[in-house]
Design a protein around this ligand. Structure first.
Ligand SMILES: [Zn+2]
Length: 90
């Protein structure tokens, strides 16, 4: 688990193999705290609250985890997301 990084905005795993999913800084360098869907060219791609992000991710999480309902996904993310860097000051 230790060598897997997760996007500090949406919780998506950031695999080194799939470096194209890693976010980018304004100068084009990689920002390994975020995925490209959340953070691109030095800015968040969407200005949303933690709850909005959770609602956005619920269908993806549920469909990627067979047996997990949308309600399960929402509950898990509501516990997990406040630990992510982007949401810690909210
Ligand atoms: Zn992300």
């Amino acid at each position: 688990m230790d060598n897997i990084k997760y996007c500090q905005s949406c919780g998506m795993p950031l695999s080194e193999v799939e470096s194209e999913v890693i976010g980018t800084n304004a100068d084009g360098s990689k920002n390994e705290d975020y995925c490209i869907y959340c953070y691109k060219d030095g800015e968040y791609t969407a200005d949303m609250t933690m709850d909005q992000m959770i609602e956005f991710c619920v269908p993806y999480m549920a469909s990627n985890n067979p047996g997990m309902t949308e309600e399960d996904s929402r509950k898990m993310m509501k516990e997990y997301f406040p630990k992510l860097k982007r949401w810690q000051n909210n």
